[in-house]
Design a protein around this ligand. Structure first.
Ligand code: IPM
Ligand code: MN
Length: 352
């Protein structure tokens, strides 16, 4: 099969980890007789430095014309402490999500047995954790009207959702549950927020009309944050709005022991983008210590999206083998000192 992939390395460790993902994809192409063609483009701080814009038109064009987008990481500390900055790297990511219509962000959180000792939580609590987050990605408070008063002393962000926006991600979450343990938990703040009450009403109706075979549960977001620490293995599919999903998924991402292991997929009707959950880790850039596994597993999610299930499995098995043999970067196995590219080499070699 021939696939056109837009590769956006982005900032910080992005370029290093994406290089390993491409290495692994090339091994897959060789082994299974596919042809992957890559178009590289800039997004984020690097794009601002070169063009003044976080999402240059050429990057958007390459992404729109691709079968999928592979994205590294975004963000640079020089913008973080400057609230007056007019252009920010993150705007590039938000803009591409919107432009590609990527309304659902899928973040699987699965613990690796070899790494349980690394978890900040007690092993017996974490063991068996295997859930997937369905986070709404192109609406809500991220994209609602923003205001800042003339005197700059009052500001607001509107959180608005429509029935259609809730239904389309709801369908994906219920369908995913059917292929898993058949439970969807809606996370909201329906005791306070009108927009959350709409989520509850729409998801309940959708459940009744199309997915009554799936179990539907509800959890307020504050309680969900607590349950995530107390008993993360209780969850199967989590469904939630944009900001709640952003927060809860970061919380969920560390319970397996390293944020450097978790991939994500952002999908819409016509396009899809694959990126690790973690950020650009600027302090680690250029040192060969960045864990490429989340990025490599994001590439595996891309292959699943292409209906290349066997190929995706070849990657996940090679990753499992790497972890079982303690071939990983120092934040996971400090004693072994594998570099970013050595981890990529090991995984690519085991696919070949
Ligand atoms: C994420 C990130 C982004 C978000 C930022 C970089 C805009 O934190 O993908 O979770 O908040 O969505
Ligand atoms: Mn986030």
């Amino acid at each position: 099969m021939k696939k056109q992939i837009a590769v956006l390395p982005g900032d910080g460790i992005g370029p290093e980890i994406i290089q390993e993902a491409v290495k692994v994809l090339d091994a897959v192409a060789d082994k299974f007789g596919h042809e992957f063609a890559y178009t590289y483009a800039d997004m984020g701080a690097i794009a601002i430095d070169k063009t003044g814009e976080p999402l240059p038109a050429a990057t958007l064009k390459a992404s729109l014309e691709s079968d999928a987008v592979l994205f590294g990481a975004i963000g640079d500390p020089k913008y973080d402490n400057d609230p007056t900055a007019k252009v920010r790297p993150e705007q590039g990511l938000l803009a591409i999500r919107k432009a590609l219509g990527l309304f659902t962000n899928i973040r699987p959180v699965k613990t690796f047995d070899a790494l349980l000792h690394q978890s900040p939580l007690k092993e017996e609590r974490v063991k068996g954790t295997d859930f997937v987050m369905y986070r709404e990605l192109t609406s809500g408070i991220y994209f609602g009207e923003k205001t800042l008063s003339e005197d700059q002393n009052t500001a607001s962000d509107l959180c608005e959702y429509t029935r259609a926006e809730i239904e389309r991600i709801g369908r994906l979450a219920f369908a995913a549950a059917r292929k898993r343990r058949n439970v969807v938990t809606l996370i909201d703040k329906a005791n306070v927020l009108e927009s959350s009450r709409l989520w509850r009403r729409v998801v309940t109706e959708l459940h009744k009309s199309e997915f009554s075979d799936v179990e539907l549960r509800f959890l307020f977001v504050d309680n969900a944050a607590m349950q995530m620490i107390l008993a993360p293995s209780q969850f199967d599919v989590l469904l939630t709005s944009n900001l709640f999903g952003d927060i809860i998924s970061d919380e969920g991402s560390v319970i397996g022991g390293s944020i450097g292991l978790l991939p994500s997929a952002s999908v819409g009707e016509t396009h899809a983008l694959f990126e690790p959950i973690h950020g650009s880790f600027p302090q680690g850039a250029g040192k060969g210590i960045a864990n490429p596994i989340a990025m490599i597993l994001s590439a595996a999610m891309m292959l699943t999206h292409f209906d290349m299930d066997t190929e995706a499995k070849a990657i996940t098995e090679a990753v499992d083998l790497a972890l079982a043999q303690k071939v990983c970067t120092p934040e996971v196995f400090p004693e072994n000192k594998y570099t970013t590219s050595q981890v990529g080499d090991f995984i690519a070699k085991n696919i070949a």
